[in-house]
Design a protein around this ligand. Structure first.
Ligand code: ATP
Length: 581
């Protein structure tokens, strides 16, 4: 996250300097005005007031200009950082295995789109608050508070001490109390906001299903309840905010009153502090404490935004890079072949799911050479999805080793080497072209078209009113299930990872289109290694190799024709398919 802010550090420093200078001008303005008014009441020569008159005007003008500069530089830096961060989070979400790769045994998946939206909107916005409502006010408060205390100390040490005490209470004690008390309220507000985002997306995106099953009222009720929870949490937070502000003003008033008391004591008169000096000290104290009052709200806000900033940081740290890693240089990775892609190797891989009675993978040994197109078939429950899951690092083998491109498989898909197509991958509210370019921002129209043709998406794009520039709504509404799947498949193909794992990529398509898409995926020249799970065998002539799985083992492997020629599991599956069609 720092990476998104660092390039704009210079603008932020300008904003912080301008903020501090604006506060100092405010301090000077009030002190000079106080002196002017109090001194004028003594009816001196006009010339004696002229410097103060000019100073008041100068401070007033400078304060306005500096405040403007602070807002300009601060918002400029924060919005630039935000735009960059949003792009990174967008890429990270797209590259995250949860959103872009095969996720067998998916954990129910509910709320993922809502979470994605929350990450993109609320969590990233939190960074703006971190800069504008926490960091900048803190710098300005520290400078102005210190300057006020020094000025008061120089004129009357006891007034300086009183002001320092007031500053500590208003600038440290009140903010810490606000942060501690506000923690619970803000946690409730954050979780309520997340819940509302998820509920709202449920209602919006599932509207058709809800209407069909007569559950719209129930879900709308749940969304209303989530909204009410958020309202209650926000009211509690607002009440606390008001209490913090009131405490700050009370401290400010008490501090100014104590400074006046100290400045009107005989000891002060002995140091030459008259009523003019007392007025200047009192108003200086008032302004200095006022400068630290925003810290109460800043601390409360800091407490609120820290989890969001942490979540964003964690997402950016754990996600693999959005773009596939560059191909290894010649002679680099011995596992990479000349045809592109990466080798895949499993040795004695066994995986038993928690609570499972039999292993989903049972001592699987497999080597797939780089660039090979391999189909994985087998009866339901044979372990096909689990095989892809261990490759993409989504599931950890109980024993044995899994290596991709010579490196152990890892949860990030071996640093982006393995990518796939999640059943619940997100279609963003953007144009069709932008949804595809998410995988490769620099892809030209020809590459887009090639990926679209391979995924069977091209006829859809051709018929869209604005082609690539046709917007698709949130969650991809406006596309049929099959069109949506083709779009997601085209995106996965455009990413062109060294190893592409596809679990039933043509499931939502009609049989003729499904066979064509599967055949295209397996037959297209060049590109990376492909492992494709499918239930339809008709298109598998194009595969370099077919793996037949049964009860967690690879029981047959070879080309389609060779497997059909001999009796065995594959021929049984083929006969079963012929019967059903
Ligand atoms: N998350 C999980 N928790 C527990 N058991 C699981 C989980 N996922 C899969 N299994 C079990 O592991 C075995 C293999 O499942 P897997 O999904 O890999 O099979 P598959 O061949 O892909 O099946 P299908 O063709 O129906 O998708 C099955 O017995 C299944 O019930």
């Amino acid at each position: 996250m720092r990476g998104a802010v660092r390039p704009h550090a210079a603008r932020l420093v300008v904003a912080a300097v301008a903020a501090a200078a604006a506060e100092l001008c405010g301090l000077g303005l009030v002190a000079a005005a106080a002196w002017l008014i109090a001194r004028a009441s003594q009816r001196p020569e006009l010339a004696a007031l002229s410097v103060a008159v000019v100073a008041v005007r100068g401070f007033a003008l400078a304060k306005g200009a500096l405040r403007y500069a602070e807002r300009l530089a601060g918002h400029d830096a924060a919005l630039r950082a935000l735009a960059e961060l949003r792009g990174r989070v967008f890429d990270a979400l797209a590259a995250s295995p949860r959103h872009s790769s095969t996720a067998p045994g998916a954990d129910g998946g509910r709320g993922r789109d809502g979470e994605a939206l929350t990450r993109l909107v609320s969590d990233v916005d939190a960074v703006q608050d971190l800069l504008l409502r926490c960091a900048l006010p803190a710098v300005a408060a520290a400078v102005c508070g210190a300057a006020g205390a020094v000025v008061c100390w120089a004129v009357l040490p006891v007034a300086g001490a009183v002001l320092a005490g007031g500053l500590v209470v208003a600038g440290v004690v009140v903010p810490v109390a606000a942060a501690v008390l506000g923690g619970r309220a803000s946690r409730r507000a954050v979780s309520a906001r997340d819940a509302l985002a998820v509920r709202a997306l449920d209602v919006l995106e599932g509207a058709r299903d809800l209407a069909m099953f007569g559950a719209a009222g129930r879900f709308a009720g749940a969304a209303r309840e989530a909204a009410a929870r958020l309202e209650r949490a926000e009211r509690a937070a607002a009440r606390l905010g008001a209490a913090v502000a009131a405490a700050g003003y009370a401290v400010q008033g008490v501090t100014a009153a104590l400074v006046v008391w100290a400045a009107t004591r005989p000891a002060a008169a002995a140091r030459g502090v008259d009523e003019v000096g007392a007025a200047v000290l009192a108003l200086t104290a008032l302004v200095a404490v006022e400068a630290v009052l925003p810290l109460g709200e800043a601390a409360r806000r800091l407490r609120e935004v820290r989890p969001a900033a942490r979540r964003t940081g964690a997402l950016l740290r754990t996600s693999p890079p959005a773009t596939p890693p560059p191909p290894a240089p010649a002679g680099g990775d011995a596992e990479d072949g000349p045809v592109g892609g990466a080798a895949v190797e499993l040795r004695g891989v066994t995986l038993t799911y928690p609570g499972g009675t039999a292993p989903a993978l049972d001592g699987v040994d497999l080597r797939v050479e780089p660039g090979r197109r391999v189909a994985v078939v087998g009866a339901s429950g044979a372990g096909k999805s689990t095989l892809l899951a261990v490759l993409s690092g989504e599931a950890a083998a109980s024993s044995g080793t899994v290596r991709v491109g010579g490196r152990p498989a890892s949860p990030g898909g071996a640093g982006g080497t393995v990518r796939g197509l999640a059943q619940d991958a997100h279609v963003f509210a953007a144009t069709v072209g932008a949804n595809l370019r998410l995988a490769r921002p620099d892809a030209g129209d020809a590459e887009l078209r090639e990926a679209a043709e391979r995924a069977g998406l091209w006829p859809v794009v051709r018929d869209l009113p604005e082609g690539w520039d046709t917007p698709v709504g949130a969650g991809g509404r406006g596309l049929s299930g099959g069109q949506r799947q083709r779009l997601l498949l085209a995106r996965a193909l455009l990413a062109a990872p060294p190893v592409l794992v596809l679990d039933e990529p043509a499931e939502a398509l009609d049989p003729v289109m499904a066979d064509r898409v599967v055949a295209d995926l397996l037959a297209a020249p060049g590109g990376g290694t492909v492992l494709l799970v499918t239930h339809r065998l008709a298109a598998l002539e194009a595969a370099d190799e077919v793996l037949v799985m049964d009860r967690g083992r690879i029981v047959q492997r070879g080309r389609h024709a060779a497997l059909l020629a001999a009796p065995g599991a594959y021929r049984d599956l083929w006969d079963a398919e012929l019967l059903t069609t």
